[in-house]
Design a protein. Structure first.
Length: 421
């Protein structure tokens, strides 16, 4: 078959690589001028680095399997990492169950209750059954009022802003349930996965075209070809098309009316700085900033996972956020935004100074995190679309797990098996 794949992120590239190996004639049309989508990379002192902090868990079997297939297994190393929580002006260790049981902002009884409810989330196997409950109500009941105020509520507000009270317990369950203490990172960056997939597609005769933003997709005759147009005016015809772009981009390209189910699920955007510093900024790999007044959600010092020597001695620090697309943190000029973050970075490290930052990069993604409410599950579109030749495999269909490279790879493989063989 002649197959078009729209989007060269984890889903599109995994699918394209499997499809060319099945003998199909495949073209990937990617809107941006680089690979990898949300898992795409920039370079820091010559080494590829993800635009947004990325690691994998030991439970991420599908992406680990792909890493092995690409011959990269030796580079995937799991690390014991350190996590902190900034609460009420103080940073607290939150790396191990023992740290959690010592966590000073909670009383002994509150810590025990928090520990027991977290253990229950680890033990519950079918967390999608909690899909109808709201996460904040669930944790208030089982983890207690104080643990909710200090830990869960700031995390949910940091991630989902004003939508936090609506978030489904299935989402929070998945975040806790599948998490492992050790985090995996690919020495040299996950970019190697995406360049490896690109190579596999090209070696089997497939093509990847960049700068090809999907404008419209239609199949006028259900037995005929699928017509794809891109914003640069190009027109393509395929026997079948796999669409992996965010759901709103697909909805728009099909011309679906505003009340169509395709328009129902909402996404937040993400913004992220990569600061190349001449010294360390925080004493943790991951710091949750549990203060609703903070303009950012988390600071991730990547070079506490991978040594600074990998990046020419630079200490790599991410400062990240999930925000609506009309939020000031999404629309403000990045240089100005960085200035606005400085007072908050100083709260985490009183000595912090912009002169520590030797270089910085800023990334902005409009569709980065679906807003998973109790109603969400009912609005997830099926992979089959109204056009028999068009299959949809997009991040919003990953449920109840939170989106991630692992689930992108798993979905791509499932969809290829089910709809293209
Ligand atoms: C801040 C942040 C942190 C994350 N951390 C982790 C982590 O630690 N571990 C982990 O495994 N995952 C993490 N993820 C999630 C992971 O990056 C995604 O789940 C995964 O990359 C999704 O892949 P995808 O191919 O489904 O979607 P995308 O990456 O969104 O790929 C879609 C592709 O379609 C392209 N596209 C969009 N619109 C159009 C259009 N109109 N026409 C043509 N092309 C278009 C995009 O440019 C993109 O290349 C993180 C994500 C974010 C935002």
């Amino acid at each position: 078959m002649k197959i078009g794949v729209i989007g060269a992120g984890a889903t599109g590239l995994t699918a394209a690589s499997d499809l060319v190996r099945d003998g199909h004639e495949v073209t990937v049309l990617e809107g941006a001028d680089e690979l990898g989508g949300l898992a795409g990379s920039l370079t820091v002192q010559g080494t590829p680095l993800e635009r947004y902090y990325h690691h994998v868990f030991r439970t991420d079997r599908d992406v680990i399997g792909l890493v092995e297939e690409l011959g990269l297994a030796e580079k995937l190393r799991f690390h014991k990492t350190t996590t902190g929580i900034y609460h009420d002006g103080v940073m607290h260790d939150f790396s191990t169950p023992a740290d959690m049981l010592r966590f000073p902002p909670l009383s002994l009884l509150e810590r025990i209750r928090f520990g027991a409810s977290s253990a229950a989330l680890k033990a519950i196997r079918r967390g999608e059954r909690l899909g109808d409950r709201r996460a904040l109500a669930w944790v208030r009941r089982w983890a207690g009022r104080r643990a909710t105020e200090v830990i869960w509520e700031p995390l949910l507000i940091g991630k989902f802003g004003a939508r936090a009270p609506e978030i489904s317990m299935a989402w929070l369950w998945a975040r806790v349930h599948f998490r492992t203490f050790e985090l995996g990172y690919l020495d040299g960056g996950f970019d190697q996965v995406y360049t490896g997939l690109l190579r596999s597609v090209q070696e089997h005769g497939g093509k990847v075209e960049f700068g090809k933003r999907l404008a419209s997709i239609a199949q006028p005759d259900p037995a005929g070809p699928v017509e794809v147009r891109t914003e640069d005016g190009a027109r393509y015809e395929y026997d079948k098309v796999l669409v992996t772009v965010p759901q709103p981009a697909f909805a728009q390209a099909t011309g679906a009316p505003a009340d169509d189910v395709l328009h129902r699920n909402e996404y937040l955007g993400a913004t992220c700085f990569v600061l190349e510093c001449d010294r360390s900024v925080i004493p943790y790999y991951w710091l949750n900033v549990n203060d609703p007044a903070s303009p950012f959600l988390a600071v991730v010092e990547h070079t506490r996972l991978v040594p600074p020597a990998e990046y020419g001695g630079r200490h790599v620090v991410y400062v990240g956020n999930y925000v609506p697309r009309d939020d000031w943190r999404f629309t403000t000029d990045p240089a100005e935004l960085l200035e606005q973050y400085v007072p908050w970075l100083r709260r985490l490290n009183p000595d912090f100074d912009l002169s520590w930052v030797q270089d910085w990069h800023f990334s902005r993604a409009p569709f980065a995190q679906p807003v998973v409410t109790p109603e969400y599950r009912a609005s997830i579109p099926p992979h089959e679309t109204s056009m028999p030749g068009v299959v949809l495999a997009t991040m919003s269909q990953v449920y109840p797990q939170d989106r991630g490279q692992n689930y992108a790879v798993a979905m791509a493989r499932r969809v290829v098996q089910q709809y293209f063989r």
